[in-house]
Design a protein around this ligand. Sequence first.
Ligand SMILES: [Zn+2]
Length: 228
Amino acid sequence: METTQLTPNLQQLNRLRFVNAYLVREPDGFTLVDTTTGGAAGALIASAQRAGAPIRRIALTHGHGDHVGSLDALRARLGDAVQVQMPDLDARIHAGEQVTEGKLPGSWPKLATAPDVRLQAGDRVGSLEVVPCPGHSPGHVAYLDTRDRSLIAGDVFTTYGRAAVSSHFYWRFPLAAMATWDRPQDVQAARTLRGLDPALLAVGHGPALADPGAAMDAAIAHAARKLG
Ligand SMILES: [Zn+2]
């Protein structure tokens, strides 16, 4: 697990140069945002230990397998000492409800862990404000740290090479587009996140960007053109 300290409160944990999770520092320990793919529980726990505090909460941006992959193993190792929070619609999909018409793209692995909290618009997870931004998945949320306006945007944007909205097929990371549920909503979600005027953009796939406004604008304009 390659770690990068992005701000005093935010550390990026990168697995296999493919997918990121984040440790968000709070007074009582860390909120872990996303869990990467399966097999990472030990490395995620070790990263928190190295950073000097326990994981208190796990907050998920969405239900895809490369974000929830180590959730069950983390629950098995950490037990009820961690609270698991998942966006409501994606939690309902994982619970077996049919919340959309047709087949959902992306990987939705079977989870043994039911979230303790199903997140709604306006909820907070410690210092993080829950920002609904559906499109990549039906329930996708981003997390805005209101202490410094760092934004953990999940898979609404990718940043390999340059910032791109996951609605359109970008050769540097084609998986994001292939897993996206509703392209017009995803572009709208990108606009919502741009409107937050984040100081830092941290994503599920790719490096973090400081002062991301211009890069987000360019990505949104490009994605909107591709929608036609
Ligand atoms: Zn995804």
